[in-house]
Design a protein around this ligand. Sequence first.
Ligand SMILES: [Zn+2]
Length: 624
Amino acid sequence: MLKVFSIIQTYPIVLTFNGDDFDLPYLYARAQDPSIDPVSKKPIKKEEIPILVKKDSFMKRGIQADPVSLKYGIHIDLYRTFQNRSVQNYAFSHKYSEFTLNAICEALLNESKIDFEGSISDLPLEKLSEYCLKDADLTFRLTSFNDNLLMKLLIIISRISRMSIEDITRFGVNQWIRSMMFFEHRQQNILIPRREELQKKGTSSTLAIIKEKKYRGGLVVEPVLGIHFNVVVVDFASLYPSIIKVHNLSYETVNCPHEICRNDQSMHIDQTNHWVCKEKRGLTSILIGTLRDLRVNYYKNLSKDTTLNKEDKHLYSVISQAIKVILNATYGVMGAEIFPLYCLPVAEATAAIGRITTTKTIEKCNENNIKVVYGDTDSLFLKNPSHEGLNTISSWAKKSLGIDLEIDKQYRYVVFSDLKKNYLGVLEDGTVDVKGLTGKKSHTPPIIRYAFYDILNVLKEVFSENDFEKAKEKIKKIVQSIAENLENKKISLDELSFNVMINKSPDSYGIKTVEKRPDKSKSLDGKEKDIGNVKGIPQHIKAAKQLVEIGKQVKMGDIISYVKTRTIDGVKPVALANQMDIDTEKYLETMESTFDQILSSLNLNFKSIIGKPRQANLDELFWN
Ligand SMILES: [Zn+2]
């Protein structure tokens, strides 16, 4: 323990994954245990423990667990940092959706934790240390990958928001913006308004379309169903921050006390009852506008400057990204009650001007014979626009709206389906982009996995409407032929096999009821690992046990190939199964869940393709 403590003391920053809730309090508690020294029977002296467990102080500030700090140095708990919505969505573009160390590492580093089954306290010491070392390495690399991207982001955000790194990594973006704005108030000797004072600014004057919202949000243009070729997606760069800047929006300028402003019809905001001040510049507008200009006019250009070296360019692009993370949240916090400068009229005015901006841009597109096939808040899907057309629109937007319109991506074609609220697009290079498409699972049997790639390839080969109709037929045939071959037992067992590695001797599953894991053996990243032993014995272990029963040796590290069967166990090892055992329905289910997202975006239904009745749908029953 003393050795561990002395090592911790040598680092300026200590990274953990769930260290607030597990690693550091655990070390602290161990050091306080008198049995830690069997000779003296005394705990380690407090001054020799580098860990500070601060109770209460942080609880009052509204976070669930107490952060744990170090006496000398900074403790960053990445478990908390990666749960930050802005870090998840804007810094890492929603590449991970679960907050376990494993899920985040698979998404960002393309690497996994060491897998094991059962309880961590049963691991032999050597395995345990291997497991821990790997965890430590992964945790470190979450900040070091891509030229220390995360550390750089955190330091830049800490500077912009005037908050310590320990706080940045534990609080949400609304706290970052709060700190940044309070600092600016103090800097300029401005009193920070009280909540009651801000409430006097009035409430919303528009009706929310989404139930949970208090006012009307961004404009959504219903998609034109069907297939569209050569679709260019354009984005308004930082739409809301630009509006806040251009239209002088701030809590003190919206519905300002001046008669002259209230009576000036040109200062009123369309679609609302609010007006804006023409006498004074608002603090929020200046601050957000400055950040926006710094990003758009300075750091973004530097990040693309070919005269700079690679390192500098990377740094500038990280700064630009960090500013974007904060800018993206500014509009949202104005309309969020937990934000201390919450002011509904400001949020409402911003959204209203946003809708007007989008509507005006669509009108301008129509004037220039550019068809808008879909739109959502700050992006528009334009069908087959000419170069000149795009240039006209973007210079018009810059000049008359003060907003930059940028090309986000270019699809060879996009399909809008009425089956689901999703779309499928194929980019110029043939990449298939399906909104909400879940990744392929490595456990999926080869026959289904390869069919999935076949379908993507068919979609890549589409260059015309005619191709598309043919492609749909091809895709139907791919799905149908697997289903038929399944029914006729024509698919080899190897092609149907699920292949899963075994990490624990099957003997240890020789118990009928599954033990509930005691608390202390919670896996090291603090999240219960779903290893199947909650619901029962995992399928590959069931298969492994059948192999053991006929005298085969099964050891850790072996890959068990099994198929889903209609037998009592529901599975059989490939070596023991025959075609008649195969549970066709189970395979159809796996197929449906793998293909559904793609099929529905093509307006195809899995069950009708394979000739099974669709699930009862009242509408359909009635109209057909
Ligand atoms: Zn005024």
